[in-house]
Design a protein around this ligand. Structure first.
Ligand code: BYC
Ligand code: FE
Ligand code: FE
Length: 466
């Protein structure tokens, strides 16, 4: 089989013998990795999956039954715009780069490796979830997310192989050597080393952590390095489904809980997720994901922006693309109190991106609250303060309540399980996890989806067990 058949692509792979050989060598390692730490127990099953076979509207959502190891992980860049100019920073208005400028090589490699590392990490984190899927519909969605994260890894590895020579090939190998949660060779970013051992965590992860992916990918899709911009732009189209899985998954949990509450029952006693526990999982995954934007005040972020490597969300909507003037106000802790500090806007680029993220998360929480309202339940869910439970940036090492008020270490220790899952909460959620693998059936802690995938019914056999 030629490589063009094995790896669907729109980058003329077969014209570049060196690149082709490099990717042909990497592919068996990828498949070994997928078999050993990818979805456990379902590799021989036929799964109703969407495969991207081209970037055109009729080609990027092709549905069929596929065994996951036979998934055609392709390399697609959004078609090039030969007129494209750098849209921000010190090189504003220059033509975009098709090759890596020498002085930006380390910076770009590091960003691409950081992005790439999250993709296999998430597959590793989710590898055991198939066994406890609440329905075949959900099982299929898990696997769809997993194969697409695999494709995102391919997209980044293609850039490393095509543009970074020997260093790039070594980085590509390292991406298959690190392991989520491994104390000796962990994944790079915090949230990607956290266990995802139940489906509530999975929905929270796809709601909040994949949503960091959305905003980081948008920022990278502005890059002056055109191959990175084009690769990430196509990844964003796939990301929408991941966030759909998270937002609707959480909404269905809330809906089931609300139904029981309306009937005057205690959701926890009925084998569902009570709202306080749901809120604690929300607090946990939202704040782990806030950390992924990096420090509030960041010279790295300023350097990325100045260099034209990483822009803002929808940069074209900003008026000033150079951003050398202007300030951003950040509440910082000084002498035991919060005071407002003015920061040069370039140094606050992580915070600017985080603002868009917070707004988008709030929209999702509002949707869940409408579900509660419709069910006649008066309780509401909310996002905690962005200072709460932070492990990166200026609030790391300090303690805050969900309102953002400073706490002492002792107060935090005494109260943290009011806000974050306790061992008992985790045990309860874990106790609900039993695989439901018959078409049309669903676990008791979650409502069925309002519709199926690709026009199919919920009862459709999304995964044919072998
Ligand atoms: N954990 O200036 P700072 C996705 C490090 S998700 C551990 O504050 P900077 C997906 C940082 O590296 C999207 N370390 O931040 C979702 C630096 O280290 P050094 C992933 C962290 O540099 C679901 C130091 O702290 N894409 O696609 O602006 C499923 C101080 O850095 C963390 C990207 O992240 C952390 N959370 O970094 C599948 C885009 N945060 O220099 C996939 C690429 C910061 O002291 N990455 N550090 O050694 C970037 O653009 C940036 O590196 C960051 C922020 C956004 C991570
Ligand atoms: Fe991804
Ligand atoms: Fe994703």
């Amino acid at each position: 089989m030629s490589l063009n058949d094995k790896i669907p692509n729109n980058v003329n792979l077969s014209d570049d013998r060196r690149l082709m050989r490099a990717l042909e060598q990497w592919q068996p390692s990828f498949l070994d990795w997928w078999q050993s730490v990818g979805p456990e127990g379902f590799q021989g099953d036929d799964v109703y999956l969407r495969t991207a076979i081209s970037v055109h509207t009729d080609g990027w959502a092709h549905f069929d039954y596929v065994k996951m190891p036979d998934y055609r992980w392709g390399i697609f860049l959004t078609p090039s715009d030969t007129e494209r100019k750098i849209g921000f920073g010190d090189h504003f208005g220059d033509p975009v780069w098709q090759e890596v400028p020498g002085e930006l090589r380390n910076m770009l490699r590091r960003i691409i490796v950081t992005q790439a590392d999250t993709e296999p990490a998430s597959v590793e984190q989710q590898r055991l979830l198939g066994h406890t899927a609440p329905s075949l519909y959900d099982l299929r969605n898990l696997f769809q997310v997993n194969v697409e994260e695999g494709r995102h890894l391919w997209a980044m590895v293609h850039l490393l192989h095509a543009h970074f020579g020997k260093d790039g090939r070594e980085e590509a190998d390292e991406l298959l050597a690190r392991r989520s949660g491994d104390p000796d060779k962990p994944r790079i970013l915090g949230a990607f080393n956290e266990p995802i051992s139940d489906w509530l965590s999975f929905y929270m992860f796809t709601m909040f952590t994949d949503r960091d992916g959305k905003f980081q990918l948008y920022a990278l899709s502005e890059s002056g390095f055109d191959p990175l911009a084009r690769a990430t732009r196509f990844m964003i189209t796939e990301e929408a489904h991941h966030m759909f899985v998270g937002e609707t998954g959480c909404d269905r949990v809330v809906q089931r809980t609300a139904e029981l509450m309306r009937e005057g029952k205690d959701p926890r006693a009925e084998g569902a997720v009570d709202l306080p526990t749901f809120q604690k999982y929300l607090n946990l995954w939202y704040t782990l994901s806030l950390d992924l934007f990096g420090g509030e005040i960041s010279s790295n972020a300023a350097d990325f922006f100045a260099a034209g490597v990483k822009g803002r969300y929808k940069e074209a909507q900003h008026e000033d693309h150079v951003a050398l003037s202007g300030e951003y106000v950040v509440p910082v802790v000084k002498g035991g109190a919060l005071v407002e500090e003015k920061v040069a806007v370039r140094n606050a680029m992580n915070e600017v991106l985080r603002d868009h993220y917070v707004e988008d998360c709030q929209r999702g929480v509002d949707r869940w609250n409408r579900t509660l309202e419709k069910a006649g339940v008066s309780e509401r869910l909310r996002l905690p303060s962005r200072r709460f439970h932070r492990q990166q940036g200026i609030y790391a090492g300090l303690h805050f309540d969900v309102e953002g008020n400073l706490l002492t270490g002792a107060e935090w220790e005494a109260r943290k399980h009011e806000w974050l899952p306790s061992a008992a909460d985790r045990a309860h959620v874990q106790s609900l996890m039993h695989g439901v693998h018959q078409p049309g059936k669903i676990a008791g802690w979650i409502a069925p989806p309002s519709k199926g995938i690709n026009g199919q019914a919920f009862e459709f056999e999304y995964v044919r067990r072998s």
